[in-house]
Design a protein around this ligand. Structure first.
Ligand code: SF4
Length: 460
């Protein structure tokens, strides 16, 4: 009973968050930056922020996360961090030789008002940025938004710094990946290849954070979108932005800068959202969907049909990031399950509206909330008032699952106590099959555990 003090009675709270269902912006900027080949993320602030963000990413991906910090002292906190950042840029290029440094700010540097744009310009003017190397930057105050906002800001910054239009269109479409796992990015590229569409996926952390053991440490793994690819996004025919919260802002920026039209589609997670992604890809490229993808979809539909009785009417509570939750809620409704409690720590008016639209005919009475006061404490209270058959979310959900004895599936960020998310996708039809397997495993294990001896079934 680790959360034994969580009361059943729900009281209106203002200006108080208990166990937030999110983390802060810089970690998202750091993750996005790792999706550029040869990039060293740089945290402009104190060492503690950088250490926290690196360690959380390291624990989630089980890979060493490289990132530098401006290492603020009391002096820089009072007089500003310009000299620290200038020195850092010089040191990083001299010692670690990345192709690009991606600077993001933190609470401290934002509060004292450091102008990173001006500092990065000065670094270039002072000759601290070698020829052919780049420094990009974005503002990510930790006290505004969430890790998803930070991710989005860094991707927008990639567009601002690199995308250029030569006037000659290339036969390719951009896919802005949103915050997904390396395994998901790999799957999106595989799907696009099978459809026959040439894409530039950015950012792309596959082969960076799921790099194979090659017997030798590589500071900059082989993966990641390259700078020439990023530059070419301005010449693409079209942009697909996966998930509005994380990807619309960079897509909009690209349209403004290089006149590349865009469409926001949901994260291709589950049956309907993957259908829409596949259709959007094939339309944008003007090709037909190949049989191999139709067959894969058919296998997914077959599992849903075969196992329908296990999904029907099961109540689910879920928490996590908005773009994932929108697609996941729709998938659960497609399975005839009942998502009754949904929480996301990331703010934004569109989220609740969209979720309510998905649920309007199936679960109109569902509890849905997002933003700062939509926390794990509230989710736990909702569950105490209306118990569920399944809980889906990141590792922090294990406390609620244990206290309330609920089957629990780990999905989202961070997952600190299991592996698999980096290697097995949850997007696309193959990913949807994996989600189904996880749901069935959790529900059927529970049925086995709770069956009386006389009704304990060998064949289920
Ligand atoms: S919330 Fe602010 S101070 Fe805390 S880790 Fe994030 S950036 Fe650093």
């Amino acid at each position: 009973m680790l959360l034994r003090h969580t009361p059943v009675e729900i009281k209106e709270r203002k200006s108080l968050t208990v166990n937030p269902a999110k983390t802060c912006q810089p970690i998202g900027a750091m993750y996005a930056a790792l999706g550029i080949h040869g990039c060293l993320p740089h945290s402009h602030g104190s060492q503690g922020c950088c250490a926290y963000h690196r360690s959380t990413l390291t624990r989630h991906y089980k890979e060493p996360i490289m990132a530098a910090t401006s290492s603020f002292t009391e002096g820089s906190s009072v007089f500003g961090g310009q000299s620290n950042l200038l020195q850092a840029i010089n040191n990083i290029f001299t010692i670690y030789n990345p192709d690009i440094i991606a600077v993001h700010t933190t609470c401290l540097s934002e509060t004292i008002g450091d102008d990173v744009n001006q500092i990065c310009r000065k670094a270039k003017d002072d000759g601290k940025v070698p020829e052919g190397k780049y420094v990009i930057h974005t503002n990510t105050p930790g006290y505004v938004g969430s890790h998803i906002t930070g991710f989005s800001n860094m991707v927008k910054s990639m567009v601002k710094h690199f995308s250029e239009s030569t006037g000659e269109k290339k036969n390719q479409i951009n896919v802005i990946s949103g915050w997904t796992e390396p395994s998901d990015m790999r799957e999106i590229k595989k799907l696009a290849k099978n459809i026959g569409v040439n894409i530039v996926l950015f950012p792309d952390t596959s082969d960076v954070l799921d790099a194979p053991q090659r017997g030798k440490h590589s500071f900059y793994p082989r993966g990641g979108v390259t700078i020439p690819q990023l530059k070419s996004t301005g010449d693409s025919k079209f942009t697909l932005a996966l998930g509005g919260v994380a990807s619309e802002a960079p897509a909009k920026e690209l349209e403004k800068k290089c006149k590349v039209r865009y469409k926001v589609v949901d994260m291709p997670l589950g049956l309907s959202a993957t259908d829409r992604f596949v259709t959007a890809c094939s339309r944008a490229a003007g090709v037909n969907v190949p049989d191999s993808i139709t067959e894969e979809r058919g296998r997914l539909v077959d599992i849903i049909t075969d196992m329908q009785q296990y999904f029907y009417n099961k109540k689910v509570a879920l928490f996590g990031d908005p773009d994932h939750l929108i697609a996941l809620t729709e998938f659960l409704v497609d399975l005839d399950m009942k998502p009754v409690h949904i929480v996301s720590g990331t703010s934004g008016k569109a989220f609740e509206k969209r979720i309510r639209k998905i649920l309007e005919n199936k679960v109109p009475e569902a509890n849905v909330k997002n933003g700062a006061s939509a926390d794990m404490f509230l989710l736990h209270q909702w569950i105490k008032n209306e118990p569920v058959d399944l809980l889906i979310g990141n590792t922090y959900g294990k406390y609620i699952a244990r206290d309330e004895d609920i089957p629990f599936i780990r999905m989202g960020f961070p997952i600190l106590d299991r592996i698999g998310h980096s290697y097995f996708p949850t997007v696309g039809y193959a990913g949807a099959m994996r989600i189904l397997e996880k749901i069935l495993q959790a529900l059927m294990d529970r049925q086995d555990r709770d069956s009386l001896e006389e009704s304990f079934e060998l064949v289920m």
